[in-house]
Design a protein around this ligand. Structure first.
Ligand code: COA
Length: 461
C-alpha cells in the first residue's frame, strides 16, 4: 500500500515551471495554491524569475532551503526528467507531473524513464498528463481548474483532464462538497487503487466518485474498490462503454477501455455503482453524501400528483425496488388533513389542492414514524403554491422532526421550481427537477446497501 500521507498533508509544496505570466498553467497553479489558503510553504521554481505572486522564486528544487514533500511539475515533457533528478536528490517525496506528451502520444519510453528515475529516489509519481490535485482538509488546490471548490466529503478521481476540470466546476454549481479531486491522467505510477486505499481510510471522505477510462491492474482495482465499498460507496462513470467509445479512450489517455461486460462484472465484484452519465453520477453522489443510510426497506413516496408518483414507481421498479403499503401511523396522520378522495396507498397522494402546510405535516409525520425508513417527496408546480414555499416547508419539517432519514425530493416545474431546488440543495437535501432522477438517486442508496452486502459475503467465502 502506497503511503500517501505527505501528498495530502505536506509541509511544503514546490511548483516547478511557475510562470510570471497570468493565464499560463504554472502561474495559475501557484495562484490557486496561495488563494485557496494552503497553510504550508509554497515555493515557486523558475530560473528566470525572482518573485511570483509575492512569493520568492528559486532556480531549482535543490536550492530551496528545506526539503519539500510535493513537487508540482509544470514544464514541458522534455524537461521533466531533469526536474525529477533535481527534486529526487533534494528529497522530494511526490512528483505531480502536469505535462502532456508522454504515453498518450506514443512516448512510452519517456514515461517509463520518468517512473524509473522517480523510484530511484524513493519518489512516487502522480500523472503525467494531469490538471493536478485538491485536498480540502489541507486547503490544497494544486490545479489549474476553478479555485473555490466547496469543502465537503466527496473524493473525485478523474482519468480525464479537461472533463475532470469541467466537472470540478460543476461540483461548485451543484453544491457538492469535495474532500479531494485527483487528476490521475496516464497513471504511470500511482493509480486508482492507490487512491482508493487512501480514501477508504480517510475520515474526511464518505463517498468516492471515479471517472474511469481503463484500469491499469484490474485485480488490484477490484480488491481496493471492494475494501472501500465495505466502508463507503464508490460510484464510477465508465467511459468507453461502447466499442467506438473504447477506441476514443485509447487515443486519449492511452488506456485500454476493454469490453464493457468485463467492467460490469468487475464493478459487481467490487460493489462499485456504475453510473451511465455524469448527470446520474452527480445525482447519486448527492443522495449518498448528504443522507444517512436507511435502517430498513420501507420507502414512502409523498406526492401532489398521480403522474409523478407513477413515474417514480416505475423508476424504482426498474431498479428492483417495489413500494410497500405505507405504515399505519403515517396514514392516520395524513388522513387528518387530506380530502377523502386522496389516495393513501404508496405513493401517498396528498392531491393537487395540497397547500404548503400539508407538505410540512406529511413529511413531518413520515420522519416521526419509526416504520418509515426513507422518503421521496414529489411536488408538481401548481398555481396555488410556490415551489420555494414547498421547499421551505420540507426544510422546516426536517428541522422540527429532529431526525434525518434518507430523502430525495423532486420539484417539477419551471424557474420557480429550480429556485426551490437550490434552496433544498443549500440544506443538503438532494433535490431534482424530475421524479425519475429523485427515484434513481434513492435507488442508488439501496443499491449501495446491496452491493456492500454482496462484497461482505464474497470476502467471507
Ligand atoms: N525549471 C523551472 N522553470 C522553468 C524551467 C525549469 N527547468 N524551464 C523553464 N521554466 C519556466 C519558464 O521560463 C516559464 O516561466 P515564464 O512563463 O515566467 O517564462 C515556465 O517555467 C513554464 O515553462 P514554459 O516553457 O513556458 O511551459 P508552458 O507553461 O508553456 O507549458 C506545460 C508547460 C507543462 C503546461 C505544457 O508543456 C503542457 O504539457 N501542457 C499541457 C498540460 C495538460 O493539458 N495537461 C493535461 C491535463 S488537462
Amino acid at each position: 500500500m502506497a503511503d500517501l500521507t505527505k501528498l495530502f498533508y505536506p509541509n511544503a509544496i514546490a511548483v516547478v515551471g511557475a510562470s510570471r505570466q497570468p493565464g499560463k498553467i504554472g502561474y495559475t497553479i501557484v495562484k490557486n495554491l496561495k488563494e485557496f489558503g494552503f497553510q504550508g510553504r509554497i515555493y515557486p521554481v523558475n530560473p528566470n524569475a525572482n518573485e511570483i505572486l509575492g512569493l520568492k522564486c528559486y532556480p531549482s528544487v535543490s536550492s530551496i532551503p528545506e526539503p519539500v514533500d510535493v513537487v508540482v511539475v509544470s514544464v514541458p515533457a522534455q524537461k521533466v526528467l531533469d526536474v525529477i533528478d533535481d527534486a529526487g536528490k533534494a528529497g522530494a517525496k511526490f512528483a505531480v507531473v502536469i505535462a502532456s506528451g508522454f504515453k498518450e502520444v506514443g512516448n512510452v519510453e519517456l514515461e517509463e524513464e520518468l517512473v524509473r528515475r522517480a523510484h530511484k529516489y524513493g519518489m512516487r509519481v502522480l500523472g503525467p498528463n494531469i490538471f493536478g490535485y485538491v485536498y480540502t482538509p489541507s486547503k490544497i488546490n494544486a490545479t489549474f481548474g476553478p479555485r473555490d471548490v466547496i469543502p465537503g466529503n466527496v473524493a473525485f478521481i478523474s482519468q480525464s483532464g479537461a472533463l475532470g476540470i469541467a466537472l470540478m466546476g460543476m461540483t461548485i454549481l451543484e453544491g457538492i462538497g469535495i474532500s479531494a479531486i485527483i487528476s490521475i491522467g496516464n497513471k504511470s505510477d500511482l493509480d486508482d487503487a492507490d487512491f482508493l486505499e487512501f480514501f477508504a481510510e480517510d475520515p474526511n471522505t464518505s463517498v468516492v466518485l471515479i471517472y474511469m477510462e481503463g484500469a491499469k491492474d484490474g485485480k488490484r482495482f477490484i480488491e481496493a474498490a471492494a475494501k472501500t465499498t465495505l466502508k463507503k460507496p464508490v460510484i464510477a462513470i465508465k467511459a468507453g462503454r461502447t466499442e467506438v467509445g473504447a477506441r476514443a479512450a485509447a487515443s486519449h489517455t492511452g488506456s485500454l477501455a476493454g469490453n464493457v461486460a468485463i467492467y460490469e462484472a468487475a464493478f459487481k465484484q467490487a460493489g462499485v455503482l456504475m453510473a451511465r452519465s455524469v448527470e446520474e453520477a452527480f445525482d447519486w453522489v448527492k443522495a449518498l453524501s448528504w443522507n444517512p443510510l436507511p435502517e430498513g426497506e420501507n420507502l414512502v413516496v409523498i406526492t401532489n400528483g398521480g403522474g409523478a408518483g407513477v413515474q417514480t414507481t416505475d423508476t424504482l421498479a426498474d431498479n428492483g425496488i417495489y413500494l410497500k403499503e405505507p405504515p399505519k401511523y403515517l396514514v392516520e396522520e395524513v388522513k387528518k388533513f387530506v380530502p377523502p378522495f386522496a389516495s393513501l396507498a404508496n405513493p401517498i397522494d396528498i392531491t393537487g389542492m395540497a397547500p404548503v402546510d400539508w407538505y410540512y405535516k406529511a413529511v413531518y409525520a413520515a420522519l416521526k414514524d419509526p416504520e418509515v425508513h426513507s422518503i421521496i417527496v414529489l411536488y408538481c408546480h401548481t398555481a396555488i403554491t410556490h415551489p420555494v414555499d414547498v421547499a421551505k416547508a420540507i426544510i422546516d419539517a426536517v428541522k422540527d422532526a429532529g431526525v434525518r432519514k434518507p430523502m430525495t425530493v423532486s420539484l417539477i416545474g419551471g424557474k420557480e421550481a429550480y429556485e426551490g431546488i437550490q434552496l433544498l440543495t443549500k440544506e443538503r437535501i438532494p433535490a431534482y427537477p424530475t421524479p425519475e432522477r429523485a427515484a434513481s438517486a434513492m435507488a442508488a442508496i439501496y443499491k449501495y446497501l446491496k452491493a456492500r452486502k454482496y462484497v461482505e459475503e464474497r470476502l467471507k467465502s
